[in-house]
Structures are given as structure tokens and as C-alpha cells.
Design a protein around this ligand. Structure first.
Ligand SMILES: NC(=O)c1ccc[n+]([C@@H]2O[C@H](COP(=O)([O-])OP(=O)(O)OC[C@H]3O[C@@H](n4cnc5c(N)ncnc54)[C@H](OP(=O)(O)O)[C@@H]3O)[C@@H](O)[C@H]2O)c1
Length: 352
């Protein structure tokens, strides 16, 4: 009998769901025991219901497993959600009400006052909101979210800079990979030789989520960080890896060398606790003048690091740089798994 914690994946057939299935294979602490998706897939075997788009083959252990509907009754207490946002809100609430701990990728609950929007390297103390959530909502489970796939790279670079020098204003332009739109996503004819300068709701997410993440836990809620972000989000013809060009105005002036040192030396609780999915270096600073690039750098730190390059002075604000992060790993499934690892390390899966 395995002594690993049984876990399930909601939306297991989708782009993020498949990444969960792939990353959870051989996880040292968690064992994937339940797969759930829509009525279109429920009752079918995982292999039959899924258009598998990962480079690794489908794990043998899940190939023939039957997909269940996304309803409480799954034989596990922890579920990862890669559900479409059109259904995630209600389904995740049903699970939390029934006592499950839900680690969600969906946007629905990220900005709720009583739901942690967690990045273990930045705001582990925000897990304190779970107590508030349980009292307010009267449910024994919990919902914990991870950020939007572009927010994560931006905030992993901004948070150490904010801590050291204060961030006042930010302008960010994203170049977001196709896999961020799920599968099959955009058609090739729309994307080939093209850039789409609109991703529904994305500017707003990138402008608000970092303020909550960099905010402080204050009694029963989060006091948002006092800075402003302007975002231009774009879809580009890249398979995986979101790249962002960022200009930052600081409270206290700092040289590019000082900023690079703060980023390079940034390390935090997941590294201290040696959580299985924690990258050795949360932020990797590249020296090459033409890096990071999605194809070559997105897998750094097993896809869990943010890669920062081209740190230089900004003639309008103070500094500017480029940051890259893997959108389906650090920007989705890997982030939720790291959140679960932190909760497990904190004993939060032992509580009744
Ligand atoms: N892709 C990324 O890089 C990324 C990054 C961060 C966050 N996210 C978020 O993660 C979530 C999933 O994204 P994705 O890219 O993986 O989307 P996707 O490929 O379209 O997958 C959506 C999943 O939701 C399931 N689903 C759809 N309708 C359902 C219903 N009525 N009841 C139960 N399950 C239902 C689908 O199951 P069927 O196959 O059975 O239809 C599928 O498993 C979204 O909320 C997205 O915003 C995505």
C-alpha cells in the first residue's frame, strides 16, 4: 500500500489537466487516483477521451482509468483543477463545500477576498486566509488558487524588486504562447505570420493579480501592494513559454547591477523546505544579450523558474528587463502542485 496522498484532477483531459497528469507521475508525495472531466468524457477511458499533447507518453497507470464526472464523491481529499472557467467557479465550490481541498488554476476565485492567490516563494503567509474562508463560507474544505500564466513570471521578477526598492509603476507587454489558449486553441491560419493583440480579460488579470500577491495579510484580508501596472497582452506564434517586456519605476533608485543581484540572490521558503517541485533558483538571471528565448529557456528549473534577461536602464521609468516563464508548468499545473506541496509541508492536509 502506498503511503502517498491520493489526489484527483478536475479537467484532466485539457491542456493544463494533461500537464497535471504528466507532472504527477512518480510524484514523491502525491498519487493520482482520480480523473474527472465533462460529460463528454465521463465514462470513457483516459486514453480514449484525451487528445494527448505532451512530449512524454500517457502514464501507463492512467491510460485505461475511467474518467468520472466533476462531482464530489471522488476517492481523494485533494483535487487539482484545470477546469474551464465557464464551469470552474461552481464546481470548485461544490468540492470545497464537500470537504475537498481544491488547488485551482481557474480565474474564478483568484480575486475573492478570502481565497489565497498563492505563490509559495512570495506570499506563503496568505494561506492564513483559509481560516477566514472556512468561517465565512461554512465549508470544511478550501479553495487555493495560483495566478494567471502571465502574472506569474511578472510577479516572480517584481516581488524581490518591490521588497528591495519599492515598485511604483510598471508597464508590461506580453508575448503569450499558443498553449495558453488550451487545446486546440487558435487555428494555424489565424496565427501563422501573425500576432493577436487581444486576449479576453488578460490585461486586467495581469494588472490586478500581482497587487494581491505582493500585498500583506492584514487581519482577515489582504492589503494590496500600492503600485500600478499597465498591461498589453498579446498572443504570438510560440508553442509554450510566455515572454514579457517590463519597464519599472522604483521608489528608491537602484542600479541595474543592484537589481540583478537582488533577483539572482532571491530564494525563499520552498527552497528552504526543499519542496519537491521547487526550483533551486526561483529567478534565473541570464547574461546573454539575446536571451531569454522561449524555445531554449522555458524549461529552466524544470519549467518552474522565471528567467530574467536584458536588465538595463529605462529612459522613461528606472529599469527594464525581459522575463520568461513556462505557462503550463510554472504558469499552471506546476504552480498548483507547488502550492499543494507547501500545504502538505505545513501539515494542512492532516486536518479533519
Ligand atoms: N493553458 C494555460 O497555459 C493556462 C494557464 C493558467 C491557467 N489556465 C486556466 O486553466 C483552465 C484550463 O485551461 P486549459 O488551457 O487546460 O483548457 P482546455 O484545454 O480547454 O481544458 C478544459 C478542461 O475543462 C473540462 N470541461 C469543460 N467543460 C466542462 C464541464 N461543463 N464540466 C466539467 N469539465 C469541463 C474539459 O473537459 P472535456 O475534455 O471533457 O471537455 C477539459 O478537461 C482554464 O480555467 C484556464 O484559464 C490555463
Amino acid at each position: 500500500m502506498s503511503n502517498k496522498i491520493p489526489v484527483g484532477v478536475l479537467g484532466a483531459t485539457g491542456a493544463v489537466g494533461q500537464k497535471f497528469v504528466s507532472l504527477l507521475e512518480d510524484h514523491p508525495w502525491f498519487e493520482l487516483t482520480e480523473l474527472a472531466a465533462s460529460d463528454r468524457s465521463a465514462g470513457k477511458s483516459y486514453k480514449e477521451a484525451t487528445v494527448w499533447r505532451q512530449y512524454k507518453p500517457i502514464p501507463e497507470t492512467v491510460k485505461t482509468r475511467t474518467i468520472k464526472p466533476c462531482e464530489p464523491g471522488l476517492d481523494c481529499r485533494v483535487v487539482f483543477s484545470g477546469l474551464d472557467s465557464s464551469v470552474a467557479g461552481e464546481v470548485e465550490e461544490n468540492f470545497a463545500r464537500a470537504g475537498y481541498i481544491v488547488l485551482s488554476n481557474a480565474k474564478n476565485h483568484r480575486m475573492d477576498d478570502d481565497v489565497p492567490l498563492l505563490v509559495p516563494e512570495i506570499n506563503p503567509e496568505h494561506l492564513g486566509l483559509i481560516k477566514v474562508q472556512r468561517v465565512r463560507r461554512g465549508w470544511p474544505g478550501a479553495i487555493v488558487t495560483n495566478p494567471n500564466c502571465s502574472t506569474i513570471g511578472l510577479v516572480m521578477a517584481l516581488a524581490p524588486i518591490h521588497r528591495a526598492f519599492g515598485v511604483r509603476r510598471v508597464i508590461v507587454t506580453t508575448m503569450q504562447a499558443l498553449s495558453g489558449a488550451g487545446y486546440p486553441g487558435h487555428s494555424a491560419i489565424d496565427m501563422l505570420g501573425n500576432v493577436i493583440p487581444f486576449i479576453g480579460g488578460e490585461d486586467e488579470k495581469v494588472e490586478t493579480e500581482p497587487l494581491k500577491i505582493m500585498g500583506s495579510l492584514n487581519g482577515d484580508g489582504i492589503r494590496f501592494a500600492d503600485c500600478r501596472i499597465s498591461a498589453h497582452t498579446n498572443r504570438v506564434f510560440v508553442e509554450d513559454g510566455h515572454m514579457e517586456c517590463v519597464s519599472v519605476e522604483l521608489d528608491r533608485k537602484a542600479s541595474t547591477d543592484e537589481v540583478a543581484r537582488v533577483l539572482r540572490e532571491f530564494t525563499s521558503l520552498p527552497q528552504e523546505l526543499k519542496l519537491p517541485s521547487a526550483p533551486e533558483r526561483p529567478v534565473i538571471v541570464t547574461e546573454e544579450k539575446d536571451r531569454p528565448q522561449p524555445r531554449f529557456d522555458r524549461d529552466a528549473g524544470n519549467g518552474m523558474s522565471a528567467i530574467v534577461g536584458r536588465i538595463r536602464e529605462c529612459p522613461v521609468f528606472d529599469i527594464r528587463f525581459v522575463v520568461l516563464s513556462h505557462n503550463t508548468i510554472r504558469g499552471a499545473a506546476g504552480a498548483a502542485i507547488l502550492n499543494a506541496e507547501l500545504m502538505k509541508a505545513r501539515g494542512m492536509f492532516n486536518q479533519p
